[in-house]
Write a protein that binds this ligand. Structure first.
Ligand code: ADP
Length: 294
């Protein structure tokens, strides 16, 4: 499935002082099936609004949102079906858990889509496996689980509807380190199965480690749409947005001289280490090629 935004703007009409808030300005972009995209930018830059536009939750004030070439807000477009295919996972989705048992909660979505109880349970059990929830949890109350487990139940409820695209607003917010890792592993697994992942994150380490494309939002504008390597090596973008480079990238620049890009090779993206593991490899390789000189 392909999603395309053409010149999309969005304005919130606020009652206070009768002022309008321009949250998105003339955004155009294309998202292909199977991409893994992070949306970054300061608070208030328009990230959540962009996610809500992508999932069809809100309608652009200007411009058009297309799915597979069709305007999703045109009469006759099956927008409910589309929201199942482009599933939005809100911040702290576990707040929306409500059923008595884990299994019932995960079945809620697929049953709502018209599946029989048996079919819904099949999908739910598959989603439990995908999210690392064990069969003995089926009959537990979701409220008796840990924070990370509750988050995974909420995510399983979404996966049980078999979306083509997952749109997630700060999916690991509030989780401890093992919980974050587990959740990112699930997203990686889904992405490897061809599911598009689009997520908002404030954590540049996570963005560098997982995303393969980064959308930089700034005051409602799409300032940059590129690889993490290109985004994090762009000094102007970092300064303008006030975003911090991932530790590995910063360390790399401290070692190689600020702002310089050694050995860009012939790749379109500079070869900079995005994670500490990649940085360690780069240092080892450098030492090897200089014969251990300091
Ligand atoms: P981000 O997700 O990057 O923090 P948002 O998309 O939430 O940014 O917000 C973009 C802009 O729109 C901000 O200036 C914010 O104050 C404003 N905004 C967001 N939601 C509303 C709303 N419901 N009513 C009015 N203004 C809003």
């Amino acid at each position: 499935m392909e999603i395309r935004l053409e010149n999309v703007s969005y304005t919130y009409n606020t009652q206070q002082n009768n002022t309008d808030k321009n949250a998105l300005n003339h955004i155009s972009l294309n998202i292909n099936q199977g991409e893994y995209i992070a949306v970054i930018g300061k608070t208030g830059s328009g990230k959540s609004t962009l996610l809500h536009i992508l999932n069809g939750l809100i309608k652009p004030s200007e411009g058009t949102c297309y799915m597979d070439g069709k305007n999703i807000h045109e009469k006759g477009f099956p927008i409910q079906k589309m929201r199942q295919k482009v599933a939005l996972c809100f911040q702290y989705p576990e707040y929306q858990l409500f059923e008595e048992t884990v299994l019932k909660d995960i079945c809620f979505g697929p049953e709502n889509l018209g599946l029989s109880k048996k079919e819904a349970e099949e999908k739910a059990r598959e989603a439990m496996k995908l999210t690392g929830l064990t069969a003995d949890m089926e009959n537990l109350s979701p409220f008796s689980l840990s924070g990370g487990q509750k988050r995974r139940v909420a995510l399983a409820g979404i996966l049980a509807m078999e979306p083509d695209c997952l749109v997630l607003d700060e999916p690991v917010a509030g989780l401890d380190e093992p919980g974050r890792k587990q959740l990112f592993d699930i997203l990686e697994k889904m992405n490897q199965r061809g599911v598009t992942v689009i997520l908002v994150s404030h954590n540049m380490e996570d963005v560098a480690a997982y995303a393969r494309r980064v959308l930089v939002m700034h005051e409602g504008e799409l300032l940059m749409d590129n690889t993490p390597e290109n985004v994090f090596s762009d000094e102007k973008i970092m300064q303008k947005t006030g975003l911090k480079r991932p530790v590995a990238v910063q360390f790399f620049y401290n070692l190689t001289g600020d702002g310089e890009l050694p050995d860009q090779g012939t790749m379109t993206s500079p070869k900079i280490p995005l994670t500490l593991d990649a940085l360690a490899d780069w240092i080892l390789e450098r030492n090897r090629s200089t014969g251990g000189e300091k």
